[in-house]
Design a protein. Sequence first.
Length: 190
Amino acid sequence: MRIMARFVLWLTVFILLTPYSVLPQKSERPASAHSDSDQVLQEILNEMRVLRAELRRTTVNIHRSQVLIERIRAQQDQVARLRRDISDTHDRLDEIKAQAYAKQRALDKLKFFKDLDPEFESEDMKTLTHEVEELGNRHQNLVQRESQLAKDLASAEGDLAELNKRLDQIDWEMSHPAGGSDLQPAKRPQ
C-alpha cells in the first residue's frame, strides 16, 4: 500500500509541476481526420456527379446513334432503290433506242420505195411513222425521268453522307470524355 500511496503522490506532483503546454490536450488529429474524411467524401461525391453526368450523356448518345442507324438504313435503302430505278431506266432507254432504230430503218426503206414510185402507198408507212414518233416521246420522257432520278440520287446520297457524318460525331463524343473529365479516383483514407 505504501507503494501505491507513493505512486499517487508522484503522479500528483508530476501533474502539478508539468507545464500546461506539455499536458495532453484535446487531440487535433480527430479534427484533421474528420476534415480528411470530409474531403474524401466530397471528392467521391464530385466523382459520382461526374459519372452520373457521363452516364446520362452516354445514354443520350446511344439513343441518338440508334435512331441515326435506323435513318441510315432507310436512306441506304432509298439510295439503292434510286440506283435500281436509274439502271432500269437505262435499260428501257436502250430498248427504246433499239426499237426506234429498227423502225426508223424500216420507215426509211418504205420512204425509199415511195421516192422510187410516187404512187406507192403503204399502211405500214403511216403505222411506222406513228410508232417512231411514239418511241421518240417515250425516249424523251425516260430521259427526263432519268435526269430527275439522278437529282434525287444525288440528294439522297448527300443526306446519307450527312447522317454518316452525324453518326461519326456521336462516335467521337462517346470516345472522348466530356470536357474537364480528367477525373482521378478519390483518395482512400489510410
